[in-house]
Design a protein around this ligand. Structure first.
Ligand SMILES: Cc1cc2nc3c(=O)[nH]c(=O)nc-3n(C[C@H](O)[C@H](O)[C@H](O)COP(=O)(O)OP(=O)(O)OC[C@H]3O[C@@H](n4cnc5c(N)ncnc54)[C@H](O)[C@@H]3O)c2cc1C
Length: 357
C-alpha cells in the first residue's frame, strides 16, 4: 500500500474561512501533504485521536482563535498532547493579537497568521513552507538509517548522538537497557555490551566505541576543502562564525568555515533560545544551526569539519596557498585572516580553545 502523506489539519467554525484556508493550503502543499479540515476543536481532537491510533503523521495544526465552545488556543493545548511534534499555527484577527502572543507561551505556538492572508504567496506560503521544512528536518532525523546503541547516561553515547544530530545525520538512538531491539541487534552483530556505544551504519558497518572523529570520517562528513584558495577562512562554527560566513559569502568572498564538531557551537545545544531577534516564539539551537548553515551554503560558503583550524590558518596569507591575495581586495583579506590568527595565537598561549559560557 502506498504510504500516506503527512497531514495538515485546519480547524475553523466559519465554513467560508475553513474552505479558503484549506483551498490555499491544498493549492501549494497538496502534492506532499493531505489537507484535512474540521468545523470545531472537539471534532478535530476526535480526528487526531483516530489518526494517532492509525499511526498517521501530522505535520501542522492550523486553528482559528475565535471559535465557540473551545477557542483556538484551548484546542491547540489539547492537540499538543496527541501530536506534540506537529507545528502549531493560530489564525487571528488583528484584535486577537494579545491572545496570540499569550498562546506563544501557553501552547508553544510556532506562528500566528493575521486574517486575511492575501496574497497567500506572500502572507501564507513562505511561513507554512518554513515550518514544514523544520518539521521535516526533525522527522527525518528521528527515523534515519544510522543507529546508535548505548547507555542513557554514558558520555560517549551522548557525544555521538549530539554529533549526529548537530550535523543533521538522520539517526536513531537505542537504549540498551530499555530497548529489546538494541540487545537483539547487538546479538546479531556479535558485539559485547562492554564494547558500547556501538554505531551501525546503513551499509552494515559496525563501529564499536567509535570516536566522533572516526564516525565523521566513516560518514564522509566534509573534511577536505573543495578549493585551493579562499578569501576568508573562519575557524569555529558557532553563531559568530556562522554569521561571519553568511556575511563573507554574501559579500562575494570565497569563504570556508572550519568547525571541529558541529555547526551551531554552544547555541546548538540549547533546546529553546528565546532572545534571538525575529523569532518571537523562540527557536531551538539545532533549528538555528540548520537555518544558519543553509543560509551560509546557499550564499556559497563551504563548511568543513576539521580538527584544529590552526592547520588551515598556518597556510594563511603569507605562508601558503589557502588564502590568496589580490591587489583589489588585499587589505580586507589580510585583515580578516590576521584577526583569526591573532585570536588563535592568544588561545594557544592560554592553552585554551573556545570554551563554554
Ligand atoms: C545550553 C546552552 C544554552 C544557551 N542558551 C542561550 C540563549 O538562550 N540565549 C543566548 O543568548 N545565549 C545562549 N547560550 C550562549 C550562546 O550559545 C553563546 O553565547 C554563543 O553560542 C557564542 O557563540 P560563538 O560563536 O561566539 O561561540 P561558540 O558557540 O562557543 O562556538 C565556537 C565554535 O568553535 C568551535 N571551535 C573551537 N575551537 C576550534 C578549533 N580549533 N577548530 C575548529 N573549531 C573550533 C567549537 O566547536 C564551536 O562550535 C547558551 C549556551 C549553552 C551552552
Amino acid at each position: 500500500m502506498a504510504e500516506r502523506h503527512p497531514a495538515i489539519l485546519a480547524v475553523d467554525d466559519e465554513p467560508a474561512v475553513l474552505a479558503a484556508v484549506s483551498r490555499d493550503l491544498r493549492r501549494h502543499f497538496g502534492e506532499h501533504y493531505r489537507i484535512l479540515r474540521a468545523g470545531s476543536g472537539a471534532e478535530a481532537l476526535e480526528l487526531l485521536g483516530e489518526m494517532r491510533t492509525r499511526g498517521d503523521a501530522v505535520a501542522m495544526l492550523v486553528a482559528d482563535q475565535r471559535m465557540p465552545g473551545m477557542d483556538g488556543t484551548a484546542y491547540l493545548v489539547k492537540a499538543r498532547g496527541i501530536y506534540p511534534e506537529a507545528k502549531r499555527v493560530l489564525l487571528t484577527a488583528y484584535a486577537d493579537t494579545d491572545a496570540a502572543i499569550s498562546a506563544i507561551n501557553e501552547v508553544s505556538l510556532d506562528y500566528y497568521l493575521l486574517k486575511p492572508w492575501d496574497p497567500p504567496e506572500e502572507q501564507l506560503y513562505p511561513v507554512v513552507e518554513d515550518l514544514l521544512t523544520t518539521w521535516e528536518a526533525s522527522t527525518a532525523m528521528d527515523s534515519g538509517g544510522v543507529r546508535v546503541i548505548g547507555h542513557r547516561f554514558s558520555r560517549e553515547t551522548h557525544e555521538l548522538r549530539d554529533f549526529l544530530a548537530r550535523n543533521r545525520v538522520p539517526a536513531r538512538w537505542l537504549d540498551v537497557e530499555r530497548d529489546a531491539e538494541a540487545r537483539e541487534l547487538l546479538k546479531v552483530a556479535g558485539v559485547d555490551e562492554d564494547r558500547l556505544p556501538v554505531t551501525l551504519l546503513e551499509d552494515g558497518t559496525v563501529l564499536e566505541r567509535p570516536t566522533v572523529l572516526e564516525l565523521a570520517e566513516r560518514l564522509g562528513v566534509a573534511g577536505q576543502p573543495a578549493a585551493d584558495h579562499y578569501d576568508l577562512v573562519i575557524v569555529g562554527g558557532g553563531p559568530a562564525g556562522l554569521a561571519a560566513a553568511v556575511y563573507g559569502a554574501s559579500e562575494g568572498l570565497r569563504t570556508v568555515l572550519v568547525e571541529r564538531e558541529a555547526p551551531g557551537g554552544q547555541a546548538g545545544q540549547s533546546s529553546l533560545i528565546e532572545n534571538y531577534l525575529g523569532f518571537p516564539a523562540g527557536l531551538s539551537g539545532s533549528d538555528l544551526a540548520r537555518r544558519a548553515t543553509d543560509q551560509a551554503r546557499r550564499l556559497g560558503a563551504e563548511l568543513l569539519r576539521a580538527d584544529g583550524g590552526g592547520r588551515l590558518l598556518r597556510r594563511c596569507p603569507d605562508r601558503g596557498p589557502l588564502v590568496r591575495r589580490s591587489a583589489r581586495r588585499r587589505d580586507r583579506r589580510r585583515q580578516l585572516c590576521r584577526t583569526g590568527r591573532r585570536v588563535l595565537q592568544r588561545l594557544r598561549e592560554a592553552r585554551l580553545d573556545a570554551g563554554e559560557g
